[in-house]
Write a protein that binds this ligand. Structure first.
Ligand SMILES: Cc1ncc(COP(=O)(O)O)c(C=O)c1O
Length: 353
């Protein structure tokens, strides 16, 4: 705190990202990164971009990337917005598309950046409780609202809401923007992008951070009606004309061109997830059904904070949220087979004591 801070800054409650430890030799299963590296074709494209052109600004509109995303998802480039990670895309959505005079609705257990953006942009919100099995009930998203947002699959639960339910929600919510945050959709969900033609108030966000192994490149995007996209472009061009640098644009385009590698990593993660769920269940964990690259689980008798601390002593980092309803849960990113083996061996040793 400093006397130079504005009252606004004093009141901000920033998001706390999962730890990115500097030490090596850790089994890092806390921030839902992909355990497999980016496509070699992405790395080659980024290498190729490293040259004299770096003295020039990148394309402010990321036209080639928008075209690649539009092509991949079967939409028009005018329906695509890109940003520096989907977090930035979400920030612009909060700023430009949610009505600030009415509460925004999102689940009580969800991505913890949403209330932070509400604080930053002065948006009131109402947290709608998930049901007792941690599922979203779309029928609860009624009444006066300035918008609706949730991840699908939800985070940190990993639970997926079928597309028919999203459609049901959209049928009765035509007057405000509905955002489906699909950061994890490639690991077992079904994208709502196919609904954007029918619902001009629907925006779907995705990221290259998870299924495309590019969290370090910072690329995210939104797909929706061109009018919604134009609002986001207006915000972006009033804030930073060049959110995606040359390397990010080249690498991201190359990622969409390597479907085989994408599918290979996706399948490897899904198959490891299934094995991890089985092994955790055998260790008396109750694991929520996950359609993401992480699992959310609680042990039948051991305290979650103590388990997280014990794992940490063994160099295994998982995520524990000190939050009502989920304080007994751990969120564990699906790692490579050898990482999952280290996690399970550590858990086994802790549970044996
Ligand atoms: C639900 C959800 N949405 C969005 C993001 C942001 O992803 P990024 O900014 O890396 O695209 C995350 C990151 O963990 C997330 O969990």
């Amino acid at each position: 705190m400093s006397r130079f801070w504005s009252p606004f800054v004093k009141g901000l409650v920033p998001y706390v990202p999962g730890e990115q430890p500097k030490m090596h030799k850790l089994t890092k299963l806390n921030t839902n990164e992909n355990p497999y590296g980016p496509s070699p074709k992405v790395l080659a494209a980024i290498q190729d971009e490293l040259g004299d052109d770096l003295r020039r600004y990148p394309d402010p509109n990321s036209d080639l990337l928008k075209a690649a995303i539009a092509d991949y998802h079967g939409v028009d480039a005018a329906q695509v917005f890109v940003g520096n990670g989907s977090d930035e895309v979400l920030a612009h959505i909060f700023h430009g598309l949610f009505q600030h005079g009415k509460p925004l609705l999102f689940p009580d257990i969800t991505y913890s950046f949403y209330p932070v953006y509400c604080g930053l942009y002065g948006i009131p919100y109402e947290a709608i409780p998930l049901d007792e099995s941690f599922q979203i009930r779309v029928g609860d998203y009624t009444g006066m609202k300035g918008g609706i947002i949730f991840p699908n699959p939800n985070a940190p639960t990993g639970c997926f809401l079928p597309l028919a339910e999203i459609e049901r929600l959209l049928m009765v919510n035509t007057e405000t923007v509905v955002v489906i945050d699909e950061a994890y959709v490639d690991f077992g969900g079904e994208s709502a992008i196919c609904l954007v033609e029918r619902f001009p108030n629907l925006l779907v966000t995705q990221t290259l951070s998870k299924s495309r192994s590019l969290a370090g490149l910072r690329v995210g995007f939104a797909v929706g009606h061109p009018d919604l996209i134009e609002a986001l472009e207006r915000i972006k061009n009033s804030f930073n004309s060049y959110p995606l640098d040359r390397l990010a644009q080249r690498g991201a385009v190359a990622s969409f061109a390597d479907q085989a590698y994408f599918e290979q990593c996706q399948q490897a993660v899904v198959s490891e997830r299934d094995k991890l769920v089985q092994a955790l269940t055998a260790l008396d964990f109750e694991v929520l059904p996950s359609a993401a690259n992480f699992v959310f689980c609680r042990h039948c008798s051991r305290d979650a904070a103590a388990l997280a601390a014990g794992l940490r002593e063994d160099g295994v980092i998982v995520r524990h949220f000190k939050q009502a309803r989920i304080e007994q849960y751990l969120r564990i990113t699906v790692g490579r087979p050898e990482e999952n083996a280290v996690l399970l061996a550590s858990l086994q040793a802790i549970l044996a004591n």
